[in-house]
Write a protein that binds this ligand. Structure first.
Ligand SMILES: *[C@@H]1O[C@H](CO)[C@@H](O)[C@H](O)[C@H]1NC(C)=O
Length: 365
């Protein structure tokens, strides 16, 4: 009840993070999702796409391509809201046999610099030997990247997973750069964290815990969205508290400095999994994506990784969520989201046979 009143008070007016357009509560985008375009290929070999706005109005997408025994972190750009994409630059390439790089996350800072975080692990065969979350940056629009910092790192401990995964970047209201990520305590337990940089990603604070300190669960793949531009944020993440992957959330009322009020956002039907979530604010409506195998039984080539991308929406700041809509057909992988404007967003996913794609969706009554 307290939460309901709090949100009611805070939801007027509603503003979208990437588009500084203020709307009244009556104008908030509705919660039904309809397809508004076909999949558009970003890169035939791309996987795990994250996108961010450019100050010039375009958008950039980071992802990993695996080609000829190498893993390549790339950046693509669209100047027509995701109707077509151009390759811009390469961040780094390594031999897949000795390195595990993935989880690209690009973000343009207010200065114009583009930062790009990723997981950057050493391995011998299938055994990880060292874990890192690395940040690179570009001052020429993404054509060339250089090393900025190691956000977090640790040597692998034998026989007990202690990996570092899925960096998610956002700029806070005070101008600081926040990096959210997941760190394993063991094979069955992983927690969410955040570090902050006040110098554009060159040095980092100690960590703040986002979730998981109070339970045994593989909390992972954090995404964060602004609820109302008044310091209220939602973080979504997958977890294994009930067995299969489900989607949970936590809230912050101080722009990410502290987090709590954990709740369940989505549980897949039929004992299936729902994981790899992301969340965005589209015209005041929250959109959460995930991949789920709840409807793919019997579809050849489909599994949990390789299922459908679905989204659910909330028009009350995350208190309640509607029914799921499919936004990526079976044999899709590792989805993401991008807010285009007050009513439209992109689903981002890797599709067997196509590669990394973006696809337009619209919120309607
Ligand atoms: C929002 O974006 C979509 C897709 O690019 C576009 O068709 C639509 O006209 C845009 N709406 C506004 C109000 O600009």
């Amino acid at each position: 009840m307290f939460l309901y009143k709090l949100f009611s008070a805070l939801l007027i007016p509603v503003t979208v993070l990437s588009n500084p357009i203020t709307t009244s509560i009556e104008q908030r985008s509705p919660g039904n999702v309809v397809q508004a375009g076909s999949p558009v290929v970003i890169d035939a070999n791309g996987i795990y796409i994250r996108a961010s706005p450019l100050k010039t109005g375009g958008l950039i997408a980071g992802y990993t391509a695996h080609e000829n025994g190498q893993s390549i972190l790339r950046l693509a750009q669209s100047d027509n809201s995701g109707s077509s994409w151009n390759f811009i630059g390469e961040v780094w390439r390594v031999d897949t046999s000795t390195h595990d790089v993935d989880n690209a996350m690009p973000l343009q800072l207010p200065s114009g610099r583009i930062v790009y975080a990723f997981r950057n692990h050493d391995r011998t065969g299938n055994t990880f030997t060292y874990y890192r979350l690395t940040l690179c940056y570009s001052d020429d629009g993404g054509k060339n990247f250089v090393y900025a910092s190691t956000i977090e790192q640790q040597a692998a401990t034998p026989n007990n997973p202690n990996g570092l995964w899925e960096p998610f970047l956002r700029v806070a209201a005070d101008g600081s750069l926040q990096c959210y990520y997941s760190a394993e305590n063991s094979a069955v337990d992983q927690d969410g964290y955040m570090k902050r940089s006040i110098d554009g990603g060159i040095t980092w604070s100690g960590w703040t815990k986002i979730s998981g300190g109070d339970r045994t669960s593989r909390d992972g793949m954090i995404g964060v969205a602004n609820i109302d531009n008044s310091g209220n944020l939602i973080a979504v993440f997958e977890n294994t508290e009930s067995g299969p992957f489900t989607v949970d959330y936590v809230l912050s009322h101080d722009d990410g400095n502290s987090w709590g009020q954990r709740g369940r956002l989505y549980t897949a039907r039929n004992g299936a999994g729902a994981g790899a979530p992301q969340v965005m604010n589209v015209g005041g409506t929250l959109v959460t994506s995930f991949m789920t195998d709840e409807d793919v039984a019997g579809i050849p080539g489909s599994g949990y990784d390789g299922a459908q991308m679905k989204v659910v929406t909330s028009v009350d700041g995350g208190q309640t969520w509607g029914l799921a809509t499919i936004t990526g057909d079976a044999r899709s992988h590792w989805p993401g989201l991008y807010t285009l404007n007050q009513t439209h967003f992109l689903a981002l996913y890797s599709k067997d046979g196509l590669g990394a794609v973006s696809q337009h969706y619209q919120l309607v009554n």
